[in-house]
Structures are given as C-alpha cells and as structure tokens.
Design a protein around this ligand. Structure first.
Ligand code: CA
Length: 230
C-alpha cells in the first residue's frame, strides 16, 4: 500500500496541483481546507506525512503542529511557508515541524522533500535493530523510537529523535551544523543552520535538568555539537 500524505491547505488550486502530483507518484492523498479538519484527519487517519500550510482558517498551521506534537504524534510535518515570512520558518520548527518549504515552491523539490522525510522515518524504524542508547538518566530506544529520562517518557519529534540518536551513538564526537544538517535532515543543499540550533534548543529544554548548563548535548564553540558521555 502506498504512503498517505495529508494536505492541509486552504488554497484550492494548490491542493489540486499537490494532489495531482502526489497521486502520480503513488501516494494516497487526504485533504483538509482548514486547520481544525486537518488536525482531526491527522489524528484519525494516521497519515505518513503532513504538508501543512501556515495561514489557515479556523486554526493556523503552527497551532495544528503544536497540538499534534503535544498529543505525542511523531508524524513527519513539512510546513508550507510564505517566502516573505522569514520568521515563519523558525516558528514552524519551534512548533515541532520537521521541515519547511517556501511558496512558491518547485514541485520537484517538494516531492523530493516528501520522499526524503518519509524514507527517513521508515529507515529509522526498520534499520535500528534492537539498540538502546543510555547515558546518565537518559535512555534512547532506537527500535521503539522512544526517549525516556529517569524512566519517564519524553515526547520528542522525529528530527529531535534523529538528532539525539545521532549524537548519542558517538559520544564525544563533534558534529558541525553542516554535518548534522546532512545526517538528520538528509540533504545538504538546504543550508539554513538555524534549523540545527533551534532543534538543539528544543531538545535541551526537554532532556536537560538545566538547559542553560547542558550535560547531554554540549556545544563545542565554533565547531558544533556533541554528546557528553557519563
Ligand atoms: Ca493559506
């Protein structure tokens, strides 16, 4: 069975062109023209990926994204942001989106992103073996794709999980932002390094006792990030 993509977008013309192209690539497509309906479909139909517009009637894309993450969903989410709204990119990542693409977008690029985000998720789920990473109070289960601290579950997004698993797999190894971009986000041509910093900050808030004095994800000044080994 094909993967299912949920499109949440209020511009009919964009929905139609997305639907046409996604179906041609073999995806099942669900559509919602407002945020509330999108959230409802995301929860009940369990899509493999969501394309989420920002400006939507009834509930905006950031709120839909936050609501899904707060509910524990790890579905890959690509936000569709307007080119002129630079701040939207960071807001989207703060809300828990995995990726964003600016309008007007190239269909080829969008399809590549959809494919990369879905493949990434399946690879993580399939190739992880039965591996559990532990450091200090933190446990990362690569099979179940769960994170816990002192036995208590910590809700993380797909990208947060990938980043944490990457760093914890090689304690002490320093990764540059560019390397993390390529490893976790799967493409290196898309070079907004704030994506890495925002994701690290979000992760620290979730896993560190004191995000201002982190123990698990450390900064190597001028070089990048690494995981502390205990
Ligand atoms: Ca819109």
């Amino acid at each position: 069975m094909g993967n299912t993509v949920l499109i949440v977008e209020d511009e009919k013309a964009i929905v139609e062109i997305l639907k046409f192209n996604l179906k041609r690539e073999g995806y099942e497509v669900l559509e919602a023209l407002d945020g509330e309906t999108g959230l409802e479909l995301a929860r009940t139909k369990d899509p493999d990926l969501i394309l989420l517009d920002v400006m939507l009637p009834r509930m905006n894309g950031f709120d839909v994204c936050s609501a899904l993450r707060d509910g524990g969903s790890a579905v890959p989410i690509i936000m569709l942001t307007a080119r002129e709204e630079e701040g939207d990119k960071v807001f989207g990542l703060e809300a828990g989106a995995d990726d964003y693409i600016t309008k007007p977008f190239s269909m080829r690029e969008l399809l590549a992103r959809v494919k990369a985000n879905i493949r990434r998720r399946h690879l993580d789920a399939g190739n992880a073996g039965n591996k559990v990473l532990k450091t200090g109070a933190l446990t990362v289960d690569l099979t179940a794709m769960t994170v816990s601290k002192n036995g208590e579950p910590v809700e993380v997004t797909q990208k947060e999980f990938d980043l944490l698993a990457c760093l914890l797999s090689t304690p002490g190894k320093v990764y540059s932002r560019e390397e993390l971009m390529g490893k976790v986000w799967n493409y290196d041509y898309f070079g907004d390094m704030r994506t890495v910093d925002v994701t690290v900050r979000r992760l620290r808030e979730k896993i560190e006792d004191d995000p201002g004095a982190p123990k698990y994800i450390l900064t190597k000044r001028g070089a990048g990030y690494y995981s502390g080994s205990e």
